[in-house]
Write a protein that binds this ligand. Structure first.
Ligand code: IVH
Length: 688
């Protein structure tokens, strides 16, 4: 088969792109594309080369382990530091298993399963028990001498001694991964952020903030001044041996680990030996699900044959050992096009910029929008419509735009400007309060705010009107059927049937749900009004103390503020709300419709969490998301959405959010599991 000129050109372009990104990743620690995008390029090249072997050259990136570069002194690895082949799914893992069986005399195998730490491979050399050299992987043959920097890492032994009196080998090269924990990364990022704010005040350009712990770790290792590295709190897991002279003859990987542990090396505690590929698949699946429970980032698992004689028998390909494979997780970071930046208006008028993205699949779900938080964040990240951006969605955390890929920025792009007026038809001028990061629309008639207030009123934590979601609210408001929450009770079958997608049954169901909401407890009604600063816990206290909405309306601010946990600010906010003419009109509509104002369900729960804020992250066993929060508020406690120094405890369920966890760790907030949560609900105290 002859190869077309176009194809040859494509191959050259692909190789140049791969070399460029290799250099950015390994050489400069500032990758511009995600790992997944890089893997795609490499895959494309390999596919073409597999089809047209005549195109393969020794210098092709498919044949080389990394990129060569030298800024530190070069170190030639006595035993090469190879890479690993990847299995993208269980089918590819199965294929690997079959290759193993073919290559060995026996099908009896033990698999050492380890986490694939997303850090930097390091070879640390000891001579007569003393750390003499540490080198990066480089291109696998020649790395860089980073000894001075590695000496600053606390967990790396500087002088070996055996806890059980074993002889110290005359030469021992220990290989493993240097990484930055998520907590250390967040500390570094916070510090950089403050530094940059100062730089901006001083009229200097802000420095780039590392996008993730891996880049931060790499940057820290590449410091010319080890004193800087020393401040970065790097860590290390050992997972393999390089050159060894004078050590016992190990017969298995497990034995190697025991030896390394005995000499004081950190061995990852999650490593596990199993007997079947099915168990390997299970190990990978478990960790893909639980990856965010760790205080460091992983991007897959590594599976190695445990038996060293079997390893010997299988040997290496040009690139990687045949006896090991990496099972990669679905990527959490990918590149995509930022089509546009829009602003959404919340029920209190807060204007939140968000990115409209070319859809990408991240952590198993399609992402087409991501919040950009506020005006400053957009400025800081300098993301612009038309940019290729790195998008990240870690587990169940909200998708985030990490930053732009500058090399792919369109030529005439300009920084995005925050609109000066609200995006609604009224075009009222946006207001930014001094010292606040929020920009607001302060026009109470703003239709976006109005829609959001109705959505909030119907939500689970408030009047819980099933079937009245965002889409229906927008449709109702489009037709001018509802101008405020009071109008919901004037809806008729005839009106609902005019909405797209509504038929007799769905319309009747919605009307029934609206009708049922009339008897909700007073506390829920109070939450539904959307009074500034008034949350579920204070609403519960108010309902219990005053017994009816009319009594609350009649109460003076001073009377309201006597309630535990309510304070002057909320009390004033409540009286102000009821003084507003348009709100009085809503109350009137409720009264006409027969909404109950005095349904005080006395909770049978003990009021043992009054004044305590308990934050929940992830799904707590035996509770729905709202259920766990409700259990807290019904006991008089608060359950805010984020951790602060005032948080009494953080309850961690499955798939928790990393930011809450690390924040709690930083602030020394007690972190408790589901079992302890039950005890907390029972006693109001943290179990000892
Ligand atoms: S073993 C010959 N074990 O993944 C075997 N590598 O894609 C060499 N990595 O360069 C590697 N965790 O930087 C091994 N538990 C682990 C690992 C691990 C992370 C990295 C390492 C390696 C890369 C290969």
């Amino acid at each position: 088969m002859s190869v077309s000129k176009d194809l040859q050109k494509n191959v050259l372009i692909l190789r140049a792109q791969i070399a460029h990104h290799n250099e950015l990743y390994h050489g400069q620690d500032s990758p511009e594309i995600s790992d997944a995008a890089f893997d795609d390029l490499l895959r494309k090249l390999k596919e073409i080369e597999a089809k047209y072997p005549e195109l393969v050259e020794e210098s092709s990136p498919s044949q080389i382990i990394g990129a060569g570069f030298t800024t530190f002194e070069p170190v030639t690895h006595r035993v090469p530091m190879t890479s690993l082949d990847n299995a993208m799914d269980s089918k590819e893992l199965q294929a690997w298993g079959e290759r193993l069986i073919k290559g060995l005399d026996s099908a009896a195998m033990q698999f050492a399963c380890e986490l694939k730490i997303d850090g930097l491979a390091m070879s640390i050399r000891y001579e007569d028990g003393l750390l003499v050299q540490a080198a990066t992987r480089g291109d696998g043959k020649v790395g860089e001498d980073v000894t001075a920097n590695i000496l600053t890492i606390n967990v790396v032994p500087k002088k070996l001694s055996s806890k059980t009196g074993k002889k110290i080998p005359s030469v021992l090269e220990v290989r493993g991964e240097v990484y930055m924990s998520i907590a250390a990364f967040q500390r570094l990022r916070d510090a950089k952020q403050i530094e940059n704010e100062k730089r901006i005040i001083d009229g200097k350009k802000p420095e780039t903030v590392p996008a993730n712990p891996r880049n931060a770790g790499a940057g820290s290792l590449r410091q010319k001044n080890p004193a800087v590295t020393a401040t970065r709190d790097l860590s290390f897991w050992a997972y393999q041996l390089g050159e060894v002279v004078g050590a016992p003859n190990f017969s298995s990987h497990t034995e190697t680990f025991e030896f390394l542990r005995d000499l004081g090396f950190p061995i990852n505690p999650e490593a596990k030996t199993v007997e079947t590929l099915a168990q390997v698949v299970e190990f990978a699946a478990t960790w893909e699900k639980n990856r965010h429970e760790l205080n460091y980032e992983i991007d897959g698992v590594v599976v190695k044959l445990d038996d060293l004689a079997q390893r010997e028998q299988l040997g290496f390909t040009a690139r990687a050992p045949r006896w090991a494979i990496a099972v990669k997780f679905a990527p959490e970071e990918r590149n995509t096009i930022l089509k546009n930046i829009s602003v959404s208006i919340g029920r209190t008028g807060r204007a939140t910029p968000f990115a409209e993205l070319e859809p990408v699949v991240l952590s198993g779900s399609t992402v087409s929008m991501a919040t950009l938080h506020n005006r400053e964040q957009v400025q800081f990240k300098d993301v612009r419509p038309g940019d290729t951006v790195i998008v990240r969605k870690a587990g169940d955390v909200i998708p985030e735009v990490v930053g732009p890929v500058l090399s792919l920025r369109p030529k005439n792009s300009k920084p995005w400007k925050f609109p000066t007026t609200c995006v609604c038809d009224l075009k009222s001028t946006f207001v930014q309060v001094e010292g606040e990061s929020d920009t607001r629309c302060v026009e109470p008639e703003c239709p976006f705010q109005r829609d959001q207030r109705i959505i909030h009123f119907a939500s689970r934590g408030a009047m819980d009107i099933e079937g009245l979601g965002e889409k229906t609210v927008f449709a109702l408001s489009d037709k001018n059927f509802v101008a405020d929450i009071g109008d919901l009770y004037t809806l008729t079958i005839e009106k609902l049937l005019q909405l797209d997608g509504f038929a007799e049954l769905s319309a009747t169901n919605l009307l029934t749900a609206i009708n049922n909401s009339k008897t909700r407890p007073l506390a829920k009604l109070l939450v539904g009004l959307g009074i500034k600063n008034l949350g579920p816990a204070a609403s519960e206290s108010l309902a219990r103390r005053f017994g009816s909405l009319d009594a609350i309306i009649a109460a003076k601010s001073e009377q309201l503020s006597e309630i535990d946990g309510l304070g002057e600010v909320i009390a004033n906010s409540i009286t102000r709300w009821f003084k507003d003419k348009s709100h009085q009109a809503i109350i009137k509509k409720f009264r006409t419709a027969g909404v109950e104002f005095g349904n005080v369900v006395v909770s049978t729960s003990p009021q043992n969490l009054v004044g305590k804020a308990v934050v929940v992250t992830g799904t707590v066993e035996g509770f729905s998301r709202e259920g766990a929060q409700e259990a807290i508020t019904s006991r008089g406690g608060k359950s805010p959405g984020s951790v602060s120094a005032k948080t009494f405890a953080l309850v961690v369920g499955s798939e928790p959010g990393v930011s809450k966890l690390t924040k709690a760790e930083q602030l020394n907030v007690p972190i408790i599991n589901s079992a302890d949560f039950l005890k907390l609900l029972e006693t109001g105290e943290l179990p000892k």
